[in-house]
Design a protein around this ligand. Sequence first.
Ligand SMILES: [Zn+2]
Length: 389
Amino acid sequence: MKTPSRSADSEDSEGVVCQISGEPRAGRARSATRQSFTSDGAARVRSPTRQSLRQRDSISVKMGAFSNIAGDGEDEANMKIHPAVFEATSSVVGDLYNKGISLSYERAAEILTKYQKACSLASGAFPGARDGKVILRQTQQLLLREGFTPENTLFAQSCCSDEINHGEQDITTLFGNYMGEAFMLGGLAGVPFTGKTGFGAFAAHIPDDGHLFILFAPHVGISESLHIGKFTRAGQVYEGHACGAAIGALNYCIEGKPVPDNASLGANPHDYQMSWIISQIAQVVDEIVALDTENERQAELTRQMYKISKAFLDKMVDVKITDLHGNAVKICLLGGIQINMPRPMPGFFQPLLFQILEYGKPTKDVLEEAFFSSSIDAPAFSAMRESIY
Ligand SMILES: [Zn+2]
């Protein structure tokens, strides 16, 4: 039986409350107006009075205008405003209002448009990407059906050490909060550098009659200026790289520097992770640099890092493991790409692999069922498979 799946667009359709101070112009109230925005782009005014109903009509017309500019000529489906865009806009506008800063309607529209464009860029470059809360909910349904509960499941993650991957709305934290403690398998760029020894230690901690769940993902930033591979960090005015390790390795290879071999990895114990990433990127650098735009190259670099991490994981995961009583253990793998969206947007995640491994049984592939089972997700599923496989 298929588990019903909800698309990202259906997430949290309740909308969020946003306060926008009125502008000093004819026909509009100067005082603060309490509104809630719904996911279909319309604004809703609570406890409608005659005045507020007039405002609502005016706002609805303007929100329609937002939708039209938000997609920049993209198709109608992409112009639908994501609930996370409303939440981020509400947060920014609310913070300014609380500081006593009056914001024009047009400025609020610019903020909303910026986040919507970031959202469109994420779903265009990484089809099927959605925010972490949706991923967690869709994953939970399937894990529970397959017998994985927070009580009997040990969680591990292999995600980049970069702090921007571990905020409270990032998938790493959301899964950690749901599952409990997390075993950290990852190092730079999310590669599971703890290796076979790390996996062995993780596996030795399985609860009795329990299972393992592994989340693995490289990451990539999307900056406020809509550059893939960049990110505006807290306290910094310029845009830095994300993932810095992957981009550093790519730049090293583009410059034609000598590629580290196995012997030199051993001779470089204090930076062996970076040397190994360089050695892997060197094998695909031509594919990456052949692409036309920097955004395309950065998206492809991230997909290559996913493949590199997956290949590493395949070599270290042992499906024959048992618990201390000799009982077979199920291993669930959830792999994809973490997307660091402009703050305060939540982190997004593009699911690329969702499998349940059990020794002696065929691998159960539940990716489509969990995340792409509705008809509106079908184009994203096709585009995702085309881009990565
Ligand atoms: Zn990184």
